[in-house]
Design a binder for this molecule. Structure first.
Ligand SMILES: *Cc1c(COP(=O)(O)O)cnc(C)c1O
Length: 468
């Protein structure tokens, strides 16, 4: 008897009826089922091909179906798929931990594995809090966390405590703690005549907060170089280094959330490396397994680790863990991903790709309804506005960003917006020719979503293919 195989249309119905999608208004949801992937391309159940312009939610690194990653997973399946990380170990996970330490900023020596970005953050927050209770001498007054305006660190209750994107978190505020907020240092295009704040004055403000809260701050948490989910908010050079200097001076722990920016997104393996910074905690997830399997890691220093040592009776252990933390299947793929970074010289190929994206970003910036374009490495945010001169936003109900991304699908690219910011975050493996096609699809999408509101659109630049 032939097994029953649902048709694509049936599956789309089941999807709309039963699957509750993340960050999605299900009443308006239109199913699109991705059946296969190849490199930077996704293929739907009808056989349509799309460039994966958001790297499958900022996770994919070396492309879909990379033969070496596929093989690493298969080989590990031949040994064991899962054991446990609670008081037990396995060779693959140990080797992966060692390799992570080898490539991470120096000083990070310990790896705590969990299974998603939010849990990597939760672990760092709880470790930081517990550290101040167990260090010598203890500083139990250090209970507060400092976070940046419009920060996004995940969706669990602890992570939204330090998160600052109100439209995601405001409702749940009574259920969580509230962080001390410092303004985002984003360098965005300002209306003519408005003088940007200097780096020095931004850092002075942070120092003012540290002084005012003397001895009560446990840690400062931030995404290094660029706040991704906050809207591709790019920080000025020197900000991260300045924050590290201040946190050192005031004995405040620094948590670097590299869940989005880690693994080459900004041009270096880790964003912290661009400013020579070693944080006290480095949180990794999305790209950790090159976009294959759920896994996260919270890296930390010997100083933190040592405060948790003692006998069983001392009750100083970190009583926290996730069932699939350190999963060997994920570790096998993560380990092979690091091998690919090394063997295929992935980082060395990035400057040309970043320059090509920048060329296109500059072209897109000329569009009449693009108010600002911000780029950090292979991460680009294109902000749509009603009026370029004033930088006036569209009414949020019009969902121009979403419209632009839907329209881009018809031109062969899958994109996901952040409000009215159209985001390009392709896998690192994207080729120069694919970057041209991605930019052309974004252009077509933006054009179609912004030409119907009565504002005269002048000539649109066409994007010639470029290979820098
Ligand atoms: C995605 C993301 C998270 C949360 O990761 P999940 O795996 O979705 O829980 C945390 N921080 C940043 C910066 C992220 O981009």
């Amino acid at each position: 008897m032939r097994p029953f195989r649902p048709t694509a249309a049936t599956l789309a119905d089941w999807d709309a009826d039963h699957v509750w999608h993340a960050f999605t208004q299900m009443q308006e949801y239109e199913p699109l089922l991705i059946d296969r992937g190849e490199g930077a391309t996704l293929i739907d159940t009808a056989g349509n091909r799309y460039l994966d312009g958001s790297a499958s939610m900022w996770c994919n690194v070396h492309g879909h179906r990379h033969p070496r990653l596929d093989q690493a997973a298969i080989a590990q399946l031949g040994r064991v798929a899962h054991t446990t990380n609670l008081g037990l170990s396995n060779p693959t996970t140990v080797e992966f931990a060692k390799r992570l330490i080898d490539v991470a900023p120096s000083g990070l020596e310990k790896v705590f594995f969990s299974d998603n970005g939010s849990t990597a953050i939760e672990a760092a927050l709880k470790m930081a809090y517990q550290f101040w209770r167990q260090c010598d001498p203890p500083e139990p007054r250090r209970k507060k966390f400092v976070a940046i305006g419009d920060a996004y660190h995940g969706d669990t209750l602890g992570a939204i405590g330090v998160g600052g994107v109100d439209r995601f978190t405001a409702m749940f505020a009574p259920l969580t703690f509230s962080a001390i907020r410092i303004p985002s240092p984003c360098t965005r295009r300002l209306p003519t005549g408005v003088i940007p704040q200097s780096l020095e004055s931004m850092l002075n403000h942070v120092e003012g907060v540290f002084k005012e809260q003397a001895g009560t701050i446990a840690a400062l948490i931030m995404e290094p170089l660029v706040q991704a989910a906050g809207g591709i908010l790019v920080h000025p050079p020197g900000y991260l280094r300045g924050i590290r200097a201040l946190t050192d001076r005031y004995n405040i722990l620094l948590i670097a959330d590299e869940v989005a920016v880690g693994f080459g997104r900004t041009g270096t393996l880790f964003a912290c490396q661009q400013e020579g910074v070693t944080p006290d905690f480095l949180c990794l997830a999305k790209g950790l397994t090159a976009g294959y399997l759920p896994m996260a890691a919270t890296l930390t220093t010997a100083r933190i680790w040592n405060a948790f040592l003692g006998t069983h009776a001392d009750r100083r252990a970190f009583y926290h863990g996730h069932t699939y933390g350190g999963n060997p299947l994920a570790a096998a793929v993560g380990l092979e991903s690091l091998n690919i970074f090394r063997d295929e010289q992935v980082l060395a190929a990035l400057p040309k790709k970043i320059a090509a994206l920048q060329y296109h970003a500059n072209q897109l910036a000329e569009l009449p309804h693009v108010g600002d374009v911000r780029q950090c490495g292979l991460v680009v945010g294109i902000e749509l506005v009603t009026d370029k001169v004033s930088g006036q936003s569209y009414p949020w109900q019009e969902q121009r960003g979403t419209q632009a991304c839907y329209a881009a699908r018809r031109h062969g690219a899958i994109l996901r917006p952040l409000g009215d910011v159209v985001v390009l975050m392709p896998p690192l493996c994207i080729t120069l020719a694919e970057i041209d096609r991605l930019a052309a699809a974004a252009l077509a999408g933006i054009r179609s979503a912004t030409t119907d509101n009565g504002v005269v659109s002048l000539a649109f630049p066409t994007i010639p293919a470029v290979h820098v």
